[in-house]
Write a protein that binds this ligand. Structure first.
Ligand code: ATP
Ligand code: MG
Length: 340
C-alpha cells in the first residue's frame, strides 16, 4: 500500500535576507513558487548564512531581513499551511554537507562561475575575497541537495549555481554511490528583470529596485525617475521600445486586457507620438494595481510578527528532520557511520 502512491515532488528555493523582495524576485521566482505550491511539496529557505558571506560585518541587517523576506513570500500568496519556511543557519547539517562537498569542487571551477565573478566585482572585493563568499555555490548545493529537491524556481542569474549543484550530485554519486538525483532549475517568464536604472538586474543591493512593500507614492516616484530611452530628448523624437525598462515592466505586469493599450503606446512611442510621462503614469497605475493585494496581505502579517516567527520555527523543525535523514545516508555512503 505504502509504495503505490508516488511521492510528491519537492521544491526548494530561497532568498538572501539582505533586504525586502522586489519586482525582479516576483517575476524570476515568486510567481512560480505561488503557481507550483499545490503541485510540489515546497520549502522556502531564508539564506542567512549565505547573506553573511558578504554581510558578515552587519549581522543585524541579516537578522532583521529574515522576517521581512518571509513576510514578502507570504504576501504574494504562499500558503503557510502548505509551504515550509525555514532558516538556513538553524540547520547545521547544511554546513556539514558543505564541508563534504568542498572536496568535490576545485578552486578553478569556483573562480569560473560567471555570477560569482559579477558579484565580486559589484561588491568591490578586489583581491580580498572572503573564502566563504567564493565558495557559496557549494553551500547552495548543500541547501538544495539536503532536501533532495527536484525543482528550484530561480531567476537566471542562478543558473550557474544549479549547474554546480548538478555537478556535485553527479560527482558524489560516482564516488560514494547513488544518494542524490540531479535537480532542475525553473526560471520565471522574465528570467532576469532589469533595474529602474536600466542595469541588467534589479537587485536589492544596487539601489534600482521597486519593492513589493513600497507604498503607492514611492512606486509613482520611482517610476517617474526611471531610466527609459536615453537618446530620446523630446517626446516627438522616435523612441526605442526594445530593451526599454518602461516597456519591459509593462509587458511583465500588464494583464491580457491591458495589451491593446500597451501595444498602442509602443507604436506611438516608436513614432514620437507619446511622452515618457504619460506612459510612466500608466505603468505606475498598473504596478500599483498589481501590488495592492500584496500590500494588504503583508499588512496583516506585519501586525503579527509572532505568527511569522512561529511559521519559521515550525518549518525549521520540519526541515531539520529531513536534513538529519539525508546526512545519515550521506555518512553511510562516505563510510562515516561509526557508531550505529
Ligand atoms: P542580493 O543583491 O543580496 O544578491 P538579490 O536582489 O539578487 O539580492 P536574491 O535573494 O539573491 O536577491 O535572489 C532571490 C531569488 O530571486 C533568486 O532566485 C534570484 O535569481 C531571483 N532574482 C533576484 N533578482 C532578480 C531579477 N532582477 N530578475 C529575476 N529574478 C531575480
Ligand atoms: Mg542575489
Amino acid at each position: 500500500m505504502k509504495n503505490i502512491m508516488k511521492k510528491q515532488k519537492r521544491i526548494l528555493t530561497s532568498d538572501r535576507p539582505t533586504g525586502k523582495l522586489h519586482l525582479g524576485h516576483y517575476v524570476g521566482s515568486l510567481k512560480n513558487r505561488v503557481e507550483l505550491q499545490n503541485e510540489y511539496e515546497t520549502f522556502i529557505m531564508s539564506a542567512d548564512v549565505q547573506a553573511l558571506t558578504d554581510n558578515f560585518d552587519n549581522p543585524q541587517k541579516v537578522r532583521d531581513n529574515v522576517l521581512e523576506v518571509t513576510m514578502d513570500n507570504l504576501a504574494v500568496g504562499l500558503d503557510p499551511n502548505k509551504v515550509t519556511f525555514f532558516i538556513q543557519s538553524q540547520i547545521p547539517e547544511i554546513a556539514e554537507l558543505t564541508v563534504y562537498f568542498m572536496n568535490l569542487v576545485t578552486l578553478a571551477r569556483l573562480q569560473r562561475n560567471p555570477t560569482v565573478k559579477d558579484e565580486m566585482q559589484q561588491k568591490g572585493f578586489g583581491n580580498e575575497i572572503p573564502v566563504g563568499f567564493l565558495s557559496y555555490p557549494i553551500s547552495q548545493a548543500a541547501d538544495i541537495l539536503f532536501l533532495k529537491a527536484d525543482l528550484v524556481p530561480v531567476g537566471n542569474d542562478q543558473s550557474p549555481m544549479i549547474e554546480q549543484t548538478r555537478e556535485i550530485a553527479r560527482r558524489f554519486n560516482s564516488l560514494y554511490g547513488h544518494v542524490f538525483d540531479e535537480p532542475e532549475g525553473k526560471f520565471g517568464e522574465v528570467a532576469r528583470l532589469v533595474g529602474t536604472d536600466g542595469q541588467a538586474k534589479m537587485s536589492k543591493s544596487l539601489n534600482n529596485a521597486i519593492f513589493l512593500a513600497d507604498p503607492k507614492d514611492v512606486v509613482e516616484q520611482k517610476v517617474m525617475n526611471m531610466y527609459t530611452d536615453p537618446s530620446r530628448l523630446h517626446f516627438t523624437d522616435p523612441g526605442n521600445v526594445e530593451g526599454n525598462p518602461l516597456f519591459i515592466y509593462l509587458d511583465a505586469f500588464g494583464s491580457k486586457e491591458d495589451q491593446v493599450q500597451i501595444n498602442d503606446y509602443k507604436e506611438r512611442y516608436q513614432k514620437g507620438k507619446v511622452g515618457d510621462i504619460e506612459v510612466k503614469q500608466y505603468l505606475a497605475n498598473i504596478l500599483n494595481r498589481f501590488l495592492n493585494p500584496i500590500r494588504k496581505r503583508r499588512a496583516i502579517y506585519e501586525q503579527q510578527p509572532e505568527v511569522v516567527g512561529k511559521i519559521l520555527k515550525e518549518g525549521t523543525k520540519k526541515a531539520r528532520m529531513e536534513a538529519k535523514k539525508t546526512l545519515l545516508e550521506v555518512k553511510k555512503a562516505m563510510k562515516l557511520d561509526y557508531f550505529k
